[in-house]
Design a protein around this ligand. Structure first.
Ligand code: NAP
Length: 232
């Protein structure tokens, strides 16, 4: 990965901000992984999935993008975007190929992946290809997302699955649409870990050790996330 500029992006603007610098050599193709998720909280399953995508798909970098206001969670309680971003930053800081970005949390309104990809397309030259990585459950719904046609044109999709995950529903959804999506699935054993499992453990007063990086569990304890009276 080339040097990154960690300047904060202005709200709502398509700015290079904290994104990886890629694309300077016009004679080669670069591959940027965009790790989309709510990350409430980020855990080792997400990190292993991104690392696996980095190597299997020969990505140049993976940028973790916590959703500002997740499209399908408008009626659900989601931890403040700043906390989810801070935990993502802490979790990714020791990997030279990973970056955390404010790109979605600084955009106002509901977070639509099509808007994210269009914004990135304005920033990066055409020799940078996008690989949008998220959970296979979410990928299975892509055909129903806002402006799915634009998503199909702008990015390859990568669905990270838990072992034993049944791909038939996703395959049916893609087979029934006229849009052409390029989808790859990655089986990631570490995705037996989930954010809801971590939240449940915090509520039960149990340790998060080995489930998420130590600085993330420290942040959760310090800010009393997921339960009042948190003592982790
Ligand atoms: P979700 O419904 O909370 O997650 C679905 C499943 O995928 C969960 O099992 C989740 O596990 C897992 N998952 C989520 N992100 C993952 C990742 N990066 N790597 C591996 N597994 C992951 O999904 P969501 O977080 O709301 O949305 C996922 C992404 O899709 C976000 O970038 C969101 O903006 C985008 N999205 C876009 C639209 C739209 O544009 N209309 C609609 C929905 C979602 P954990 O809970 O453990 O993460």
């Amino acid at each position: 990965m080339e040097a990154s500029d960690r300047k904060q992006a202005a709200p709502g603007q398509a700015s290079r901000g904290d994104l990886p610098r890629l694309g300077s050599d016009p004679t080669r193709v670069y591959r940027l992984g965009i790790m989309g998720g709510t990350f409430d909280p980020i855990h080792n399953g997400h990190l292993v999935a991104a690392e696996q995508a980095l190597f299997d798909l020969e990505l140049d970098a993976v940028v973790f993008m916590p959703a500002g206001s997740p499209a399908f969670k408008q009626n659900k309680q989601v931890t403040a975007a700043e906390d989810r971003y801070a935990m993502t930053l802490l979790a990714t800081s020791d990997n030279p190929h990973f970056l955390a970005s404010r790109f979605e949390i600084d955009r106002e309104g509901i977070t639509y992946t099509a808007d994210t990809l269009s914004g990135l397309r304005e920033i990066y030259p055409s020799n940078v290809e996008f690989y949008f990585i998220t959970g296979a459950d979410a990928i299975a719904e892509v055909v129903t997302w806002h402006d799915a046609e634009r998503i199909a044109k702008l990015a390859h999709l990568v669905g990270a699955t838990r072992p034993g995950y049944d791909l038939r529903a996703a395959q049916r959804a893609f087979a029934q649409t006229d849009l052409h999506f390029d989808v790859t699935y990655l089986e990631v054993p570490a995705l037996a870990i989930s954010s809801s499992y971590l939240r449940d453990r915090v509520r039960a007063g149990q340790s998060l050790r080995y489930l998420t990086p130590e600085p993330v569990s420290g942040y959760i304890g310090k800010h009393e996330l997921y339960s009042a009276g948190n003592t982790l």
